[in-house]
Design a protein around this ligand. Structure first.
Ligand SMILES: [Zn+2]
Length: 445
């Protein structure tokens, strides 16, 4: 080939690359290929979930998991590996029975909702009154007095539907009901109930509160609309014990230029006591931890310190997130980052903070689109339950990552089906890469 021909060949490439080349492109490729080279992250997550189990606050499982994380972080060479003691609520599920006794006999899968009181020791035998929603309950008024109420509120958005889990017991009790049951907060029919936290009020009589699958909620609703009032036997014996000792655990990669400016990134290591807490939130916790480890392993020392934090007790108290804001409030935090939305193909980084930092992040969106998802977006609105206290009390920017789940997250959320087989190793790896890249770029600002 002639020199001229070679030159002509090169010109378009030069123009193309100067237009599109992101200054982090090379680092991004390095991070991506390292993160996606094998299934070691998934294997590590499987080890944690299979050996220590689900991790409700107050449980031995949770504390054994935390011990293991600390020893792993140390042996991996993360800096300043440590723990902060945190007192957490200690509620224990024990047993629950919900049996339809009329018009025929059927045991119904049921889960006590977190924090509920028990039924009387002999259980409750009662008619079950089906209500569509709170307005319907208010319409029925006195008709539910002395009965069990079933809230058959259908899922539209999590935010709206979860109100029945959180507050249903108070609403039913105000009308004189003796117990309440909800249609699980999920759009999926898979015969599994979904648990989660619920609240009482000091001024309203406490009644037992539990969740059943969609299928069974539908059966009751059809009987009711056909003029048959079903009867049930309901028994639960959960316990609320004195607060227990737990910890937030953390490890760092120390910044090269501004080591005293910190990015705290993580998820909540506690989980409901059903399934394995794989999507919520063991997988996301591990993804952030692996992202920090990956930067260390690649020798990509960020300008500022990045601290991987596993917050305790998000599900039924937020004691970990609250404690972090008190214990670490005086340290200069550059960013709080949380991953608590399930492990799916990464599609969005949300950010709440400084306009100029958002603009800089946004300028690298193409890189994320190319690596992770053609629809990847960096958009306003980032946060999380655990990082909320720091964002609020100390005005620290917040960032969160979420995936393209197509609503699938709600299939597993807080149920027996939230196990590691529901996590694709490739999705886990891509989240690790996306988090490592986002944190590295933000630490560089
Ligand atoms: Zn969660």
């Amino acid at each position: 080939m002639t020199k001229l021909f070679l030159l002509l060949l090169l010109i378009p490439n030069i123009i193309f690359s100067s237009e599109t080349k992101d200054k982090y492109a090379e680092i991004a490729n390095k991070i991506y290929s390292h993160a996606t080279k094998d299934s070691s992250a998934w294997d590590k997550l499987a080890f944690m979930l299979d050996n220590f189990g689900h991790r409700l606050s107050g449980s031995e499982n949770l504390e054994r998991t935390l011990d293991w994380i600390l020893s792993e972080m140390k042996s991996e060479g993360l800096a300043n590996v440590g723990q902060d003691p945190v007192k957490v609520p200690h509620w224990v599920r024990n047993d629950a029975i919900l049996r339809m006794t009329y018009p025929w006999e059927m045991d119904i899968p049921v889960l006590a909702l977190g924090g509920t009181i028990p039924t009387p020791k002999s259980g409750i035998s009662s008619e079950l009154i089906v209500v569509r929603d709170k307005d319907h309950l208010d319409e029925l008024g006195e008709k539910v007095r002395g009965k069990i109420v079933l809230f058959n509120r259908k899922f539209d958005s999590y935010g709206k539907t979860v109100q029945y889990r959180l507050h249903g017991a108070k609403w039913a009790s105000e009308r004189g009901a003796i117990a309440s049951v909800i249609r699980s907060v999920s759009p999926y029919y898979n015969a599994h109930p979904h648990t989660g936290v619920m609240y009482y009020s000091d001024t309203i009589k406490k009644i037992p509160h539990a969740a059943i699958p969609l299928e069974h909620s539908d059966i009751f609703a059809r009987l009711d609309s056909g003029g048959v009032i079903p009867k049930v036997f309901f028994y639960m014996n959960p316990q609320t014990l004195p607060d227990a000792d737990s910890r937030n655990v953390m490890g760092e990669i120390v910044g090269s230029e501004l080591p005293n400016e910190i990015i705290a990134a993580g998820g909540h290591i506690d989980a409901w006591d059903v399934g394995q807490g794989a999507h919520d939130d063991g997988g996301p916790c591990l993804a952030v931890w692996e992202a920090v480890k990956l930067l260390k392993d690649l020798g990509l020392t960020p300008r500022r310190t990045i601290r991987a934090v596993m917050w305790t007790n998000e599900e039924n108290g937020t004691a970990g997130g609250n404690d972090y804001a008190v214990t670490h409030g005086k340290e200069k935090h550059h960013l709080m980052f949380e991953f608590d939305s399930g492990v799916f193909k990464p599609i969005r980084l949300g950010y709440t903070g400084l306009d100029e930092h958002f603009a800089e992040l946004k300028s690298h969106e193409k890189l994320f689109k190319k690596l992770f998802h053609p629809d990847f977006e960096i958009s306003p609105g980032g946060g999380g339950v655990d990082i909320g206290p720091m964002m609020k009390a100390h005005n620290v920017p917040g960032m969160s990552i979420s995936g393209d789940s197509g609503g699938e997250y709600w299939r597993y959320h807080h149920s027996h089906t939230d196990t590691i087989d529901k996590i694709d190793p490739k999705d886990l790896n891509e989240n690790i890469a996306a988090i490592a890249l986002a944190l590295y770029i933000y630490a560089d600002l």
